[in-house]
Design a protein around this ligand. Structure first.
Ligand SMILES: [Fe+2]
Ligand SMILES: [Fe+2]
Length: 278
């Protein structure tokens, strides 16, 4: 059977980010022959969280799974929506009883694909259960269940925590990708045990920005220390992520390459998105 090609796109920031993602998923599928798309939507609603409407829009545009992160609960309406949509993930290492799930298995024409999201603990809020223990148990459960293609996202601040997660899962997971910093790393690789890896996918957000927010407001905050708002920046959007080819039989990663596409988008309307923290 031919390999399964996964496209993962990093944190979608605000209206410019989600417009560019929604407008380009079909192109990825057709031009890059992508079979399965995962999108991190934790900043899709004005930079803060995600709404049910935006989740539906991303799924309809072609995302198979939408993940989140530390901003998961920023839009309170998402809490009650979680139990209704298994393709929307929150970090796995929330305590038992938390709405939603951190893992999902979907059937594809090339076999079952599991997507797991976990949140790191170094410089991250809120402090969650140990992500290494949680992920190891979940991946072992999936393997015992016969799932071979297992894609793990670690939403974390530090490179060390993400690399350690990738190395721990080498030979078990098909791919481990990091998110949250919004800055893409150049270490896309395949570990000795066959697990593909990249420390951070980067974001899908305005190119001329500070992590997707308007430059002036963030610089002003750093200079003055005074409270301010951080509007989502405007202009052309860079779509950042990774494409990985997986062997459906073994789950091993066969190929990996970074995605960093600048989408010239003069037509994007000025964004009304406002928010308070990058
Ligand atoms: Fe983010
Ligand atoms: Fe985050």
């Amino acid at each position: 059977m031919s390999s399964l090609r996964i496209l993962f796109l990093g944190d979608v920031v605000g209206e410019p980010g989600r417009r560019a993602v929604i407008a380009n998923l079909d192109r990825f599928r057709e031009e890059q022959l992508v079979d399965f798309i995962i999108v991190n939507g934790e900043n899709a609603a004005g930079g803060r969280g995600i709404t049910p409407r935006i989740t539906i829009d991303l799924l309809r545009a072609g995302a198979a799974v939408v993940t989140t992160g530390d901003h998961v609960w920023d839009q309170s309406e998402i809490v009650d929506y979680f139990p209704t949509e298994p393709r929307l993930l929150r970090p796995l290492n929330y305590p038992p009883g938390t709405p939603g799930a951190g893992s999902v298995v979907l059937e594809t024409a090339k076999g079952r694909v599991a997507v797991v999201q976990v949140q790191g603990r170094s410089f991250m809020q809120p402090p969650l259960e140990n992500p290494f223990i949680a992920v190891e148990a979940e991946v072992d459960r999936l393997l015992a269940d016969g799932v071979r293609m297992i894609f793990v996202e670690i939403h974390a601040e530090t490179t060390s925590e993400k690399i350690a997660m990738g190395r721990m899962l080498d030979g078990k997971a098909s791919f481990v990708v990091g998110t949250h910093t919004h800055v893409q790393t150049a270490d896309d690789s395949i570990f000795p045990g066959g697990t593909g890896y990249m420390t951070d996918a980067g974001m899908c957000g305005p190119e001329e920005s500070v992590l997707g927010r308007a430059v002036e407001s963030v610089v002003w905050r750093f200079k003055t220390g005074l409270p301010t708002r951080f509007p989502v920046a405007k202009g052309s959007v860079r779509l950042c992520g990774v494409i990985a080819d997986l062997d459906p039989e073994t789950g091993r990663c066969l190929a990996v390459r970074r995605v960093s596409d600048l989408i010239e988008n003069e037509a994007v309307e000025p964004s009304a998105d406002q928010s308070q923290a990058p």
